[in-house]
Design a binder for this molecule. Sequence first.
Ligand SMILES: Cc1ncc(COP(=O)(O)O)c(C=O)c1O
Length: 446
Amino acid sequence: MHGCRVQLGNLPPRVRTPLPGRAARRFVDALARTECPALTTRRRRRAERTGAAHDPIVWRAARGANVVDVDGNVYVDLTAGFGAAAVGHAHPAVVEAVQRQAGRLVHALGDVHPSDVKVRLLLRLARLAPFPDARVILGLSGADAMEAALKTAHLATGRAGVLAFVGGYHGLSHGPLALCGYSDRFRQPFAAALRSEVRFAPFPRAGRDDAERALSAVRDAWGDASIGAVVVEPIQGRGGVVVPPRGFLAGLARLARERGALLVSDEVLTGLGRTGARWRMQAEGVVPDLVCVGKALGGGLPVSATLGPSSVMAAWGDPSAEAIHTGTFFGHPLGCAAALASLEVIAAERLAERAARVGSAWLERLHVALADVPFVREVRGAGLLVGIELDDGVRTLTVVRRLLERGYLTLAAGMRAEVLQLCPPLDIDEALLDGFVEVLREVLLA
Ligand SMILES: Cc1ncc(COP(=O)(O)O)c(C=O)c1O
């Protein structure tokens, strides 16, 4: 950060050490000794597959679109910290709200005696819901939001079955893990502990699959199962930024209604402006029965929510005087204060509109710049969620590493890691996006 404190947030990348640098290496060694061994093993496996080192950098600071590592290297974060830093890292309004809240009240008594700030967040979220008279269940993670949606659908329909999609990702606690269509390997070791009635349908892709044919495949997958929830990401994120064909989501909503199941829209990644609208599902003309939101909501703090109309949420009924769904930290005052600030920034800075405008211009530039790169299969996305599909996952993982060495943080997505996923902060400087296009082309052609 030396001498550049003022601009940190929209600086171009500056990497001056081999990665990881000397300071990071000490942390990486400590990681190998202390964290779950599977994570170190995964990095080693990736290094073996790609022939490139995959040790991580270690973050020391982050602001706006920039991350600074413990060796002083500056990166541009095109992951927005898994989508959570939609308003940028450490947005001053979020930091100030958290500091102010911390000076007043750090922790309250959740569903027994709530904090004022929790009630304010509930009111705010209810107003943002895509249906009138919304009720809200707060959580900490996207997986929490999904757990609450699955329980609500079960109570409302009396059916525990779920229809989900190949490539879908909804978090990894036991409820959503059962619906993880992203990789069998995530579910398989825990199969005995997971709900059994889950049907997976193929997720169609715009420009390749036909909506009606895809709906017919959904009917086939549904069969005679007792389905209470149809769970779908309006654009699959971790599954590889897969945009479904027009009409598919509307058809899915009709099918769910005809058959008495609830449509659960997982907007944990796509919601709150990421794809150029507050809700991607609503932008497609579809009103779901339940919406899950997380990531961007907390402006970097862990907050999530499940929204439903009161007619659906009434299914929770009278829980025999017990709160049958709660958690010590649900509605945590610091998270609620951060969420209110983050929602305010998204609205005041019109970040959904900006994501639509800046994202479509960027997508166009990427199309043009990569048109003649032979192993680029497709460039796609919506708003500031972009996927660049390459011919193979090893290549993508190698590209992710080369981009890191050039100072850009990106992630591989897709069931074979074949997609380079780009998901920058919604207020990122356009010059940084332009600079990336050039570097990406060079890296791909190197
Ligand atoms: C669409 C979607 N749903 C749910 C989740 C799970 O969220 P979390 O990791 O906060 O549990 C994710 C996380 O990547 C996601 O992308």
